[in-house]
Design a protein around this ligand. Structure first.
Ligand SMILES: [Zn+2]
Length: 346
């Protein structure tokens, strides 16, 4: 019989091609300090993918030498849109193209497969929860609030209030990417209002995402810099991924693009300031891993465009989401630990 005082939770971060896993002990210490990845097989449908998640859990336990009997709960995150309790959206989701995924209860299926409680968050909320916990530490976490914007293929968001993820009635709170922001003074001369995959025009994701660069910002700025190297790169998606490297080298086209993205994030945070007035505004995504001089320039731009009142400026700060690749699995584990501690109470 395992020592009842020594138990762990596992965090599983489900991605389009890989799962990442981590282990957190009951004292809140991570037992894995790097990525622990295995294939996610999400394209093959739910049955194979749930099995892959179970395998990912087994592998991370093998890695840490923790017997399966010591696992109290599991945290799971996936890309959205997914309901607060882990049901994939009825209309499907980008990562879950196989029609069997529509309306599939991935949380419930994994719980059944593992015979353990499974706590669900979407990937941005899990990363936001991790950033919040790292920044404030165990003593302050529950007293603080934060807002996270994570720039990737899309723009992920998370709102943490008093240490808890704000989920909303349908699980769709914190979808900061789809908040409309003013385009006045952001767009260049003759630049069309960018459209987002969600159907809105001029929301935060339409500018501050890799998709936004590919579909909107790069095509426009190439009309301004027609002789730029990136004009000869096809397809456009490949060019979009190269923009950051040009930005680090101080290229004017790339700087123009990142200035627009920073302005979009600042305007988004200005809206957040009037909603939840958080202690910290977190920025995550590729820019976190960029060269320090470029990252600092980008953050300074975001700060400049985040319009806070004097009292708010004194109280709040802007920070980066740390360990971005591991943030999903780690945030999922933190959510599972909180739930397991409640179960543990006499
Ligand atoms: Zn949108």
């Amino acid at each position: 019989m395992a020592d009842p005082g020594r138990w762990v939770v596992v965090g599983l971060d489900n991605g389009g091609t890989m799962n990442n896993a981590t282990v957190l002990d009951c004292e809140g210490r991570f037992l894995v300090d790097r990525m622990a990845e295995s294939p996610s097989y999400v394209r093959e449908g739910p049955e194979t993918a749930v099995e892959a998640l179970a395998r990912s859990l087994e592998r991370v336990l093998e890695l840490t030498g923790i017997p399966p009997a010591l696992v109290r709960a599991v945290g799971l995150d996936t890309p959205g849109p997914v309901s607060a309790d882990g049901v994939i959206a009825l209309q499907g989701a980008t990562n879950f193209g196989n029609p069997q995924w529509c309306g599939f209860d991935v949380r419930g299926a994994l719980e059944l497969r593992l015979g353990l409680p499974v706590l669900y968050n979407n990937d941005a909320n899990a990363a936001a929860l991790y950033a919040h916990h790292v920044h404030f530490g165990p003593a302050e976490t529950a007293r603080r609030s934060s807002v996270s914007a994570i720039v990737g293929t899309g723009l992920g968001g998370g709102v943490i209030e008093a240490g808890q993820v704000v989920r909303g009635a349908a699980g769709m709170a914190g979808e900061l990417g789809h908040v409309w922001i003013p385009m006045d003074g952001l767009l260049g001369e003759g630049q069309p209002v960018p459209a987002c995959n969600c159907g809105l025009a001029g929301d935060a994701e339409s500018v501050a995402s890799l998709t936004g660069i590919e579909k909107n910002l790069l095509p426009y700025w190439l009309t301004r810099f027609p002789d730029h190297d990136l004009a000869r790169v096809t397809p456009a998606g490949k060019g979009a991924k190269l923009v950051r490297g040009y930005g680090e080298a101080g290229d004017p086209l790339a700087i123009a693009i990142f200035r627009q993205q920073a302005m979009a994030l600042g305007r988004l945070f200005t809206i957040a300031a009037n909603f939840t007035d958080p202690d910290v505004y977190f920025v995550g995504g590729g820019v976190v891993e960029a060269a320090p001089h470029f990252r600092d320039w980008f953050l300074a731009q975001v700060r400049e465009h985040t319009l806070l009142r004097e009292e708010q400026r004194r109280a709040a700060s802007l920070a980066l989401v740390p360990d971005l690749d591991m943030a999903g699995a780690r945030g999922s584990a933190i959510a599972a630990l909180a739930a397991a501690r409640i179960l543990d109470e006499p």
